[in-house]
Design a protein. Structure first.
Length: 300
């Protein structure tokens, strides 16, 4: 069985390993392929691709997008991004600036609670996109909290005293941006919807009709029952399936790359099916045609 991992994070967002270190670890663990899917950023992809070429690991260029479905927040994993994304990269630049604005608002709220953090000290903890995990680390470093979990429970989580909502792309916009780049849109960790049975089917059908390509059926936190339900739902709706650990390194030390909590198995056949589906996207056909022209090949 050739194993893969299509959901991982590096220091370009909130992981603890650099893209190169992450790909190197994938090679050491015997993974034949992995996707780098950092949160709302593409910055780690060139380094990951280069490391994959050195290590013999097939690196799939990806991203994890925070998406708004009405009042609900979901995540989409985009897979098979081109070397030089256009509109998606521009939109992510805008989101990055909005994230800085949000971080400053969080620090303002903390200040009113008697907790003073310098934003420069927070950004110094990040090698890529700056977000709540880095504020949590700063709180931990100052002794304001005793654990990462406490930082989110008391201050930074949805019910925390310093919480500020995050700007998100509308679902349809996010899918359109991914498809415009020739990338697939995958519903990440569907267990977080908190739905099952007919309600889950209704929600995912609506996503499918909006252009969703696949469901992340294989995931660290999914029970066997949930995995089977997602697989069956994907078959019924004509969706592909994906899978990954959501590896972050030190931020989630219990989650192992490629293995989740020890029982995760995602076979290379999953990637083969996803790649075949991606090749049929109209935008992907256009991108592949242009690559042929750039290489001086006859597209006919």
């Amino acid at each position: 069985m050739s194993l893969i991992d299509l959901h991982t994070h590096s220091t370009a967002s909130d992981g603890s390993l650099s893209p190169e270190e992450l790909v190197t670890l994938a090679g050491k663990k015997g993974l034949v392929a992995m996707a780098l899917t950092d949160h709302d950023t593409l910055e780690g992809l060139p380094e990951a691709r280069a490391a994959g070429a050195r290590c013999g690991v097939d690196v799939v260029a990806g991203v994890e997008l925070s998406v708004a479905d009405g009042e609900k927040s979901i995540h989409l994993v985009g897979l098979f991004l081109p070397d030089n994304p256009g509109p998606l990269a521009e939109r992510l630049d805008w989101l990055r600036q909005r994230r800085h604005d949000r971080n400053r608002l969080i620090l303002d709220k903390l200040r009113t609670l008697g907790v003073n953090l310098d934003y420069a000290a927070v950004t110094d903890l990040a090698q890529g996109a700056v977000g709540r995990p880095h504020i949590a680390r700063a709180l931990l470093a100052q002794g304001v909290v005793s654990s990462f979990k406490e930082a989110f429970t008391r201050y930074l989580g949805a019910y925390g005293k310093a919480y500020v909502p995050k700007d998100k792309l509308p679902l349809a916009t996010a899918i359109e941006l991914l498809h415009a780049e020739g990338a697939l849109a995958v519903l990440a960790h569907p267990y977080m919807l908190g739905q099952s049975g007919p309600l889950l089917a209704e929600t995912v059908t609506r996503y499918r009709d909006a252009g969703l390509d696949a469901i992340e059926a294989f995931y660290t936190e999914h029970s066997q029952y949930q995995t089977l339900e997602y697989l069956a739902l994907a078959r019924r709706l004509g969706l592909a399936v994906s899978g990954g650990s959501d590896f972050h390194g030190a931020a989630k030390p219990e989650v192992e790359l490629g293995r989740g909590r020890g029982t995760l198995r995602v076979d290379i056949a999953v990637l083969d099916v996803l790649r075949a589906r991606q090749s049929r996207l109209p935008s992907a056909l256009s991108i592949n045609r242009q690559k042929g022209l750039d290489a001086g090949q006859n597209p006919e």
